[in-house]
Design a protein around this ligand. Sequence first.
Ligand code: GLU
Length: 459
Amino acid sequence: MQGQTRAIVEQSLQALMKDPLFIPDLQDNIREQAFTSLAAILSTPNKIHKSFLRMPLENGQVVRIPAYRVHHNDALGPYKGGIRFHESVNEEEVINLAFLMTLKNSLHDVPFGGGKGGIVLNPRERTDKELNVISKKYVQYFADVLGPDKDIPAPDVGSGEREMDWMMAEYKSIKPGKPYRGSFTGKSVINGGSLGRREATGKGVYYTFRYMLHDFLLKQEDWLNKTDNPFAKTALSLAKRPLRISVQGFGNVGSVTALEAYQCQELHNKVVAVSDRNCTLYNPDGLDIPALISYTAVHQGDLPTTAEQLKKSGVKAEILNREEVLTIEADVLMLAALEDQVHKGNMAKVPARIIVEGANAPVTAEADAFFNNKGVIIIPDILANAGGVIVSYLEWLQGRETQFLSEEEVFSMLFNKMKQTLDTILPKFFGDPHPLRQNCYIHSVMKLSTVLYRQGKLY
Ligand code: GLU
């Protein structure tokens, strides 16, 4: 996964170096040197913080749990990124996720750098008290490198507003008298969080897809019909017709994305499949997403897994195994679970013509190349799932001013920001042969490189 991100950064830099408008002051061998320096700076994190958190279990035993905070790059502002609570967290993964945050913030003009954290534990196997202790310990161990103007964590897989509330409270008691509201984002609304933050990532994922396939396509139809760009052909072939959508993952991102797809008035969608860690639910006539959300709300987030549970939920569906969400007949696949879900072993069986990355890095490098060659459009993570960090930025601003926005204002600012990025990126994407991921990387890397150059970091 890390290799893939690095390779695309290098390709983006190579493309930029050939562009005479990119930092024109740099010429000849100085330009070549700048390429090497930028590749080195962007592909390595500024700092890796690692600790073993001491955690007393409720059974009396003490364990030490590995925990990370990676500072990738802060050229554009304080480090920003979530803290993942998951048993598969490891150093390489956290570094890559921090790297993606740097690129994501740059792409959407969010004035933050890239960071990420992780704690190696399965939150489902821990009591609330243990999770409270581990969240506070995380802040105690990393307090000196965190803060509203240094590094601002947020939720990620396995963590949510409860953990952010605990962490902010711990930060506040460790640093008395210091500003604390902007130290963590993704907090509960009553505790200084932003309205709309919980839904922001899922809504942004769906908005990105809808904007491309509806708003942008309708406006640009004539021009797109004239190009022989393979991705434009794919988009046009799916426009103005009923779409079958499958969604992998039914957590904070997947459930909201599925609901947005279900409720969308502009496109004729049917959400034919959703999945979670236990199963896939499939109905070619479309699933009742609001009923599934009501069910998961009172069943620890789990979808129904038996005929009896399905009956209780009032949803008509076939229960399949969890991987089948990727391979059932659908036009669009929205990936909102974990990384590396579509890979060499299953890519040939994925029928979707558009893949939307709600999760970070859910498609491996091999699968990415395979889909690009087939003209399948992949809307990449850094473009599609930035809603979370965009509203985190709004939360951080609201915390500074102690002036709070309405939910309507938050969503309107979120969609405006995403629209601005899409209006910059989409015309380029449909006008050149590079896949969308590379177009996004080129744009991010261009901004980061120019700032690094202006800040004198290439000497
Ligand atoms: N964890 C989310 C992400 O990967 C949100 C980060 C944030 O809000 O800072 O984008």
